[in-house]
Design a protein around this ligand. Sequence first.
Ligand code: AMP
Ligand code: TRP
Length: 326
Amino acid sequence: MARVFSGIQPSGTLHLGNYLGALQRFVQRQEVDDAYYCIVDLHALTLEISPDVLRQATLDTAALFLAAGIDPDRCVLFVQSHVAEHAQLAWLLECTASYGELLRMTQFKDKGQGREQVRSSLLTYPVLMAADVLLYDTDMVPVGDDQRQHLELARNLAERFNHRYGETFVVPEADIPEIGARIMDLQLPTKKMSKSTSSPQGLIALSDPPADIERKFRRAVTDSETEVRYDLEHKPGVSNLLEILAAATGGDPAALAPGFSSYGQLKQAAADAVIELFAPVRARYAELVADPGVVADALRKGAEKAEATAAPTLARAQRAMGLLSA
Ligand code: AMP
Ligand code: TRP
């Protein structure tokens, strides 16, 4: 059984990109693998977020995980800050990472751009992410395409540490799906759908009512032609709709294209597929919100299990670096 680890930030509502690029596969993997899923609240502190919003988003994200089919009896679901080892290992790894390699992270450049104040944690964030993954002796990390570079850094840090201090960490691999790894904004199809940058019209939230989903798809930006064709470079809007439909139904975007004679037809098909995909999630989410004890219980148990796996790994790394045991 492979050890799987992944995380999602509780920095707003989960969206279609999170679902198709990550959450959907988390649910599949818990059936066959030894999976750990983490709501990475410490990562959410790298950008401005009010304490109330963070508190609520952490609970909402956990409820949406459960609603989407994450089963706390089949995997370990927990909140990052409940397991102190994450921040502790991050410090040790910061002492192996270099300033220069962190400056090269494209997400740091993107997220930092245009801000008056950039938190230093935004620069070191990929090291915390490496700590998340390495603490659990992770083999496989299911993520969307935007995390490719961060995963490469985690691999480099693990290899560097093992080389310098002796075999300590498992070197993890990224698991990026061929279809659905980069869902684009419906209004700006050359930009990825994102909690922090998409407009409400460009983003489909997991909690959106069906009428909103339908309207957003109807208004999705396409192009001035009429041919339905999968061509990321010349037809980003149409290709995104095909990709969404393919990822939601298990098909192939290029093979689906000839089945449509108009953009309107494609938009309707994509909307119907997403509405069908999200309907059970919305229903279960409404039940969970009415019964918050279920979510809190799951997170408490998850943190205990996660800690039991993380603590020996941290101790191993501390010993290897020459820190005395207490
Ligand atoms: P985040 O919301 O940034 O915490 O991302 C959580 C997970 O969703 C990560 O694995 C991301 O790679 C993935 N993800 C985020 N945005 C998208 C997107 N637009 N398309 C596909 N996957 C995404
Ligand atoms: N950085 C990831 C994102 O923004 C979230 C994340 C944090 C993560 N720690 C992780 C993903 C560990 C996979 C593994 O999407």
